[in-house]
Design a protein around this ligand. Sequence first.
Ligand code: HEC
Length: 161
Amino acid sequence: MKHVPTFIAGILAAGVIGTAAIGDGHADKATLSAVKARQSLMSLQAFNIGLLGGMAKGDVEYDAAAASAAAGNLAALATMDQSRMWPPGSDNATLGDDVTEALPAIWSADSKIGADAMALAEATAALQAAAGEGLDALRGAIGPVGKACGSCHETYRQAKN
Ligand code: HEC
């Protein structure tokens, strides 16, 4: 879990550098590329959990090697250093809802997003250990991962209408 605190530490460190977005709602290239990077990371998570969810539901035939690989990807993604992907000023209030769904609360002083990132890292590590051990083991370990995704989204991602 030692990588995860960089998620929040990076947000705080980036604050020292200054506001990434310029005031009129237009962001600089570096900010937009950081937004793209984190959204791409989220898409990779969705892709990998999609396969595992399909197996858990019985829509996709269980395959131990494929399940293990997807869970390993999720564990790797959850511990990836994201410290440059969340610059201050890259929230939806600043950049607009069409650019990002990241809520300003991520950067608030009492933000708990680091703990949410940690919860995902823990759940994906457990899933990585279980996914190749049979369908029941996969089913038992995927719930906490979905919960970790959902609980962070509930607080820090703009809900879709
Ligand atoms: C620590 C908080 C957190 C966790 C944990 C988290 N997400 Fe996200 N997710 C976000 C935020 C914030 C956004 C909005 C990012 C943006 O638009 O800039 C997002 C956006 C997304 C998106 C939309 C990406 C896009 O292209 O706009 C998907 C899909 C997604 N998350 C899937 C997942 C899945 C699957 C998991 C669990 C395996 C997960 N997320 C875990 C915070 C989180």
